[in-house]
Design a protein around this ligand. Structure first.
Ligand SMILES: NC(=O)c1ccc[n+]([C@@H]2O[C@H](COP(=O)([O-])OP(=O)(O)OC[C@H]3O[C@@H](n4cnc5c(N)ncnc54)[C@H](OP(=O)(O)O)[C@@H]3O)[C@@H](O)[C@H]2O)c1
Length: 225
């Protein structure tokens, strides 16, 4: 697909991968809308974004405000979910509250947002939704049970809606990059990151995501990054 003049929402445009995506999509001629969680972090959204919006995926009322606004005001062609948190620690020492928060931010909130915007995407040529789930959707790691479960849940959900939304001509993409040097692991919701080998560069991963969008891909496995 040609991204020129498409209207693309990047959820998590204040993050490292999201920010790279905003910049690349803008160079392709897309009109990019980007979100952050707070007014303070919205300052990290690259200036190339044409509209900066707020949404907290941990708060269903906040998601509703965003989706109502977009449905009424913006003819969106594509959505990229580049927002999420990580948490570390063995399962026995991870609190129910932490599991619940991570599940809300990484799965339930993202599913709510996409579901609410499907009506807007219907009928748009080359409509797509893309979520960065990660390699944890393919393979579990010790000390990351809550993160792996939240991302695997989103991945499984995407697999189902990919079939349901095909009739509405909405392409669903599940993007599963491995460890990337964005600093995400240094900002965990809980716990401490284990030692990890050097990851991929954010520029490489963002470029691979945009190429996958352009090529019509659906699932992009960790091996393909
Ligand atoms: N880095 C990796 O190794 C890697 C590998 C595979 C998958 N991923 C996934 O890629 C996505 C982007 O991560 P990143 O590495 O670019 O990390 P990042 O730089 O920390 O970006 C995270 C983004 O998520 C947003 N966010 C966090 N909590 C949120 C909430 N409650 N509501 C709304 N937005 C929220 C942040 O917004 P604020 O800045 O406003 O807080 C930020 O824009 C995540 O889903 C992550 O799990 C990352």
């Amino acid at each position: 697909m040609d991204l020129n003049e498409k209207c693309i929402l990047v959820v998590g445009g204040s993050g490292v991968l999201g920010g790279e995506l905003v910049k690349i999509l803008s160079t392709k001629g897309a009109r990019v809308l980007a979100t952050a969680r707070t007014a303070e972090t919205a300052q990290h959204i690259p200036d190339q974004a044409q509209l900066k919006l707020l949404v907290d995926l941990g708060d269903s009322a906040s998601i509703r405000v965003l989706t109502d606004y977009l449905s009424a005001n913006e003819p969106i062609d594509g959505i990229i979910l580049a927002a999420g948190r990580v948490g570390f620690g063995v399962a026995a020492e991870t609190s129910e509250g932490d599991v619940s928060t991570l599940t809300q931010v990484n799965f339930l909130g993202q599913a709510q947002l996409l579901t609410a915007l499907t009506q807007s995407l219907k009928g748009r040529e080359d409509a797509f939704v893309a979520a960065i789930t990660g390699v944890v959707a393919e393979k579990s790691f010790p000390g990351m049970s809550a993160y792996s479960a939240s991302k695997s849940a989103l991945s499984a959900w995407l697999g189902s809606v990919a079939m349901e939304w095909r009739r509405d001509k909405i392409r669903v993409m599940d993007l599963r990059p491995g460890h990337t040097e964005t600093g995400l692991a240094t900002r965990p919701l809980f716990g401490n990151a284990p030692q990890m080998p050097t990851g991929m560069s954010p520029e490489h991963v963002a470029q691979a995501i945009v190429s996958a969008i352009e090529s019509g891909a659906t699932v992009v496995s960790s091996a393909e990054f």
